[in-house]
Design a protein around this ligand. Structure first.
Ligand code: UN1
Length: 511
C-alpha cells in the first residue's frame, strides 16, 4: 500500500478484531459505549466500556489479597511469570505492534520497537529476580551483624500515557511483579485495545504458571478512575507517566497520604551541536529524535543549540531532510512519519509555531497539514523547524509535537546554560568530536537531565539504564539499573549474636 492511501475504518476494525482474538481478549466484555478513534483515519474503530470508582475499589481489594500470596513466593519463582509473559510477547509481537499503530499512529518499525522494549524488560526482570539483594555493613559493635533486606512493597498503580501505551506499563509491571507487587493498570483513554491485548497476554501467563489471579489487573476509564487509584491508601506506589500537569495532580495527592509516587513527566530535550561535530551523523540523530514518532515521545528532541559557525549549514541540511520525510499511513511500507494523535495535538503545534514567530522566530520548513482531504479527522503534520535566536517562553515549554527549535550559541558554557534553562530535565545530547567538550557536558556542571548522551539523539534509550529525569520531569526512575528499588521497601536489620548488650554510640544505660 502507498503511504497516502489511508485504510478505511472497516479495514482497521477487521485488523483489530483479528489481533484481539489472537491475543485472547474477551471482545464482548471489552465493548461498550465509548468510541475509540484511530489517528490513522480519524474515524471510530472500536467501542469500549469504562470502569468507575467501584471497579477500582474492587481491583484494589483483590490486589491486596493477591499481594499477601505473591509476597511470599520466592523472587526467582515470580520471575517465571515474567519469563512466560516475555515468551508470549515474542509470539504476539506483531499483534501488539498493530494496536500501537492503530491507536497511536506509530510506524510499524517503531511500534515493533516498542514491543521489543517490553520483551527486553522481561528478560531484564527475570535476571533481576535472582539478583535482588541488599548490602551488609560492618557493625560498630562486636558480635553484631548490620544488613538490609528488600521486601515487596504492596500494590502498584500504573498510569500510562498514550504515546508508549504498552512499553511503559511493561517496564513497571515486569519489575513490580518480580519485586512481589501486584499491579493495577489505568492506561490512557486513547489506547484501550493495546492495553486490553497486553493484559490478556499477561493473564494467560498468570494462568500458565498458576500465579495468583489478581497480580495483574486492568481498569479502562476516564480521569476519575486514575484519581481513585491515586487516592486509595491501598495503593502503595503510584507510577505515573504523562504531562507535568498530570504529575501535578498526582504527586501532591499521593504525598498527602504518605504514599509513594514515581513520576515520569514532560521533557524539553535539547541537543548541543558543537563546531567539531560530524554533521552527517548529527543530522541523522536529530531527524530521528525530533521528527520520529511524529514528535510524540517524552524524549523527543525539541531544541537544537548549535554553534554559530555551523548553525546555518546544519539548519539547511535539516530542512532538506525534513522536506524528504515520507508522511502518511503508519502501517504502509516506507512511511517514517505517521499522524499526530488528535486534532488538539495538531492545534497546539500550530499555536506554538505562531507564538515562536511572534517571538522573532522563522519557520524554515514544515508545519503544514497533509491528507486532510482523504481523512478530515486525521492530523498528519509536516514536522517543522523554527530558527530562533532567543530561548523565548514558548521554547521553554514542552509542545508535544514534531516541532524543533534551532538556536545559535557562541561558547559551550552558554550552550549548557541554555540547555539547562528550561523547567524540564529529561534528556540531553551533545554532538561533538572533542572529548573535552563531551566530558564537560556529562560532568556535574554539564547537562542537568536524567539522561545525557554523546553523539546520539535524545530519544530511543535502551531499557538497561534507569529511565527518567529531574525538575519538572518528576524525578522518578523506571526500567533498568537499580530502578527496582522504588518497587520495594527496605528494612535495616541489626542482629546481635554477642550475648552482651552493647549500645551504639557508646551509650551507657546500666540499670
Ligand atoms: C516515553 O516517551 O514516554 O527513550 C518513553 C525512548 C523510549 C521510551 C520513551 N525508550 O525514547
Amino acid at each position: 500500500t502507498s503511504p497516502t492511501t489511508l485504510p478505511t475504518s472497516e479495514r482497521l476494525t477487521q485488523i483489530a478484531r483479528a489481533s484481539l482474538d489472537r491475543c485472547g481478549v474477551d471482545v464482548d466484555a471489552l465493548g461498550g459505549e465509548v468510541t475509540n478513534r484511530s489517528p490513522i483515519n480519524g474515524e471510530s474503530v472500536f467501542s469500549v466500556a469504562y470502569g468507575d470508582e467501584t471497579t477500582v475499589k474492587l481491583a484494589v481489594e483483590r490486589a491486596q489479597d493477591a499481594f499477601k500470596q505473591w509476597r511470599v513466593v520466592p523472587a526467582p519463582v515470580r520471575g517465571a511469570l515474567v519469563k512466560r509473559f516475555g515468551e508470549l510477547l515474542v509470539e504476539h509481537k506483531d499483534d501488539i505492534a498493530t494496536f500501537i499503530s492503530l491507536e497511536v499512529g506509530k510506524i510499524t518499525s517503531e511500534a515493533r520497537g516498542e514491543v521489543q522494549e517490553m520483551i527486553d524488560i522481561c528478560d531484564f526482570a527475570v535476571g533481576l529476580s535472582r539478583q535482588i539483594g541488599g548490602s551488609t555493613m560492618p557493625s560498630e559493635r562486636p558480635g553484631h551483624r548490620l544488613m538490609e533486606t528488600w521486601h515487596p512493597l504492596g500494590v502498584v498503580g500504573v498510569i500510562s500515557a498514550f504515546n508508549f501505551p504498552a512499553a511503559v506499563w511493561s517496564w513497571n509491571t515486569a519489575i513490580a511483579l518480580v519485586c512481589g507487587d501486584p499491579v493495577i493498570w489505568k492506561p490512557s483513554e486513547l489506547t484501550p485495545m493495546t492495553s486490553a491485548a497486553c493484559a490478556a497476554l499477561l493473564d494467560r501467563a498468570v494462568r500458565d504458571v498458576e500465579a495468583p489471579r489478581y497480580v495483574s489487573q486492568l481498569v479502562i476509564g476516564a480521569q476519575e478512575v486514575g484519581q481513585v487509584l491515586v487516592d486509595d491508601p491501598g495503593v502503595a506506589l503510584v507510577s505515573a507517566t504523562g504531562s507535568t500537569r498530570m504529575g501535578n495532580l498526582v504527586g501532591p495527592r499521593v504525598a498527602e497520604r504518605f504514599g509513594r509516587s514515581l513520576l515520569e513527566l514532560g521533557g524539553n530535550n535539547a541537543a548541543v551541536v558543537t563546531g567539531s561535530a560530524d554533521l552527517d551523523l548529527t543530522m541523522r540523530g536529530i531527524v530521528f529524535s525530533a521528527a520520529g514518532t511524529a514528535g510524540q515521545r517524552c524524549t523527543t528532541m525539541r531544541r537544537v543549540i548549535a554553534h554559530r559557525s555551523i548553525v546555518d549549514d546544519l539548519s539547511e541540511r535539516l530542512a532538506g531532510a525534513y522536506s524528504r520525510l515520507p508522511i502518511g499511513d503508519p502501517m504502509a511500507d516506507g512511511t517514517l512519519v505517521g499522524p499526530m494523535v488528535h486534532q488538539q495535538a495538531y492545534e497546539k503545534m500550530t499555536r506554538a509555531i505562531d507564538s515562536a514567530k511572534e517571538a522573532g522566530g522563522s519557520l524554515i520548513v514544515g508545519g503544514g497539514r497533509r491528507l486532510a482531504d482523504a481523512a478530515p479527522n486525521a492530523y498528519y503534520a509536516e514536522p517543522a523547524i523554527v530558527r530562533i535566536d532567543e530561548q523565548a517562553p514558548i521554547v521553554r515549554e514542552e509542545t508535544f509535537a514534531p516541532l524543533l527549535y534551532v538556536l545559535p550559541y557562541d561558547d559551550l558554557d552558554e550552550a549548557i546554560a541554555l540547555q539547562n534553562d528550561v523547567p524540564q530535565g529529561l534528556s540531553a545530547s551533545i554532538f561533538t568530536q572533542d572529548q573535552a567538550e563531551a566530558e564537560r557536558f556529562l560532568s556535574s556542571e554539564g547537562a542537568d537531565c536524567g539522561i545525557v548522551n554523546v553523539n546520539i539523539g535524545t530519544s530511543g534509550a535502551e531499557i538497561g539504564g534507569a529511565f527518567g529525569g529531574e525538575k519538572h520531569t518528576g524525578g522518578g526512575r523506571e526500567s533498568g539499573s537499580d530502578a527496582w528499588r522504588a518497587y520495594m521497601r527496605r528494612a535495616t536489620n541489626t542482629v546481635n549474636y554477642s550475648g552482651e548488650l552493647p549500645l551504639a554510640q557508646g551509650v551507657d544505660f546500666t540499670v
